[in-house]
Design a protein around this ligand. Structure first.
Ligand code: ATP
Length: 315
């Protein structure tokens, strides 16, 4: 069973020195004179569980929870509160409820890093961490630096909330009923009272799961919207690309036709030139023959002229 084993305070409100409250035996009440710091213990428990309202811790601002000093002592530099819970092995493991996977998915999505919290599979201990004791610490320094630690490892507030989900433990859970709360409960409106009972009945986890699922749904819806916009853009681009492809196809067909026609024209011209060349070559041959015959005639006439010249000389 989950049990608060001890509360350790250091520099928190009136607890300047490191003070440890051990709850080895069931404790019914803490008694003391007015103003000795009884309510400060309740404040400390609420604070470490993630209380974010300074007013609810009876302070003006969060830094007021750090020991402010006294006549004999200087103020503390930081406040620290640690809750230590016994976390023994359960007699029978608790199987995860349907829908817990979705919650684990959402948590892992938000926190892809290494976490001390075991999010999947059957739970072997009251708290989802596989150690005999679980310590949760919150520290606040005067400069405003704040830290949460689970078993000495840095954690975030949402890890603390996740750790105690379904246990009834929390800064605003029904397990902490401070001074005046009973009165407030009795005087509460039926709606507010219903919230208190729902929390006690463990409905809080379902509400948290619903919230997580709604967030996931929101994320999915916005992703869907983005995907739709991308689809519309892609469709527009597809239309342009289709037109361009059609044009390219027409161009290729016309270009092929043009090349065919150019080739046919070239062949036709080649044929024409070839037959013209043939005609001119045979004409050239005829003229050459005529020229050779004329040269022969000239040579014969020259020979005859020379003979006639000789004859004239002799005469
Ligand atoms: P009551 O019976 O009135 O509820 P109580 O025993 O619950 O009193 P608390 O109210 O818890 O006492 O404690 C109040 C005391 O804590 C006061 O003396 C107050 O001066 C002291 N205190 C609160 N905050 C600080 C702080 N930051 N530094 C030092 N002392 C503080």
């Amino acid at each position: 069973m989950l049990r608060l084993a001890k509360v350790t305070l250091c520099g928190f409100k009136s607890f300047a020195d490191r003070t440890e409250f051990r709850f080895d035996d069931p404790v019914t009440a803490v008694v003391g004179p007015n103003g000795c710091g009884k309510s400060n213990i309740v404040d400390a428990i609420k604070w470490v569980l993630g209380e974010r309202s300074a007013k609810s811790l009876r302070s003006k601002e969060m830094q007021d929870v750090i020991f402010a000093g006294s006549a004999a002592r200087a103020p503390a530099g930081f406040a620290s509160v640690t809750l230590t819970f016994d976390n023994p092995t359960l007699p029978a493991p608790i199987e995860p409820a349907s829908g817990d996977e979705a919650l684990a998915d959402a948590a892992e999505e938000a926190d892809p890093g290494e976490s001390v919290i075991q999010r999947r599979g059957p739970r072997l201990r009251p708290l989802p961490i596989d150690t005999e004791a679980v310590s949760v610490e919150r520290r606040l320094h005067r400069d405003g630096q704040s830290q949460y630690l689970i078993n000495g490892k840095r954690a975030r507030l949402r890890d603390i909330r996740e750790l105690f989900l379904d246990t009834g433990i929390g800064a605003d859970a029904y397990s902490i009923i401070e001074q005046g709360k009973v009165d407030a409960m009795l005087l509460a409106s039926p709606t507010d009272r219903r919230t208190i009972f729902e929390e006690a009945a463990g409905i809080a986890r379902f509400r948290a799961r619903r919230l997580e699922s709604m967030r996931k749904l929101d994320r999915t819806e916005s992703n869907l919207l983005i995907a739709r916009e991308q689809l519309a853009t892609a469709e527009r681009r597809l239309k342009t690309v289709r037109t361009q492809a059609e044009r390219a196809r027409t161009f290729r067909a016309l270009d092929a036709r043009l090349r065919g026609l150019r080739l046919a024209l070239a062949l036709h011209q080649y044929d024409e030139l070839c037959s013209r060349l043939e005609g001119l070559t045979s004409r050239q041959h005829g003229l050459e023959r005529e020229r050779d015959a004329a040269i022969e005639d000239v040579e014969q006439i020259e020979a005859r002229r020379q003979d006639a010249e000789l004859e004239r000389h002799e005469l």
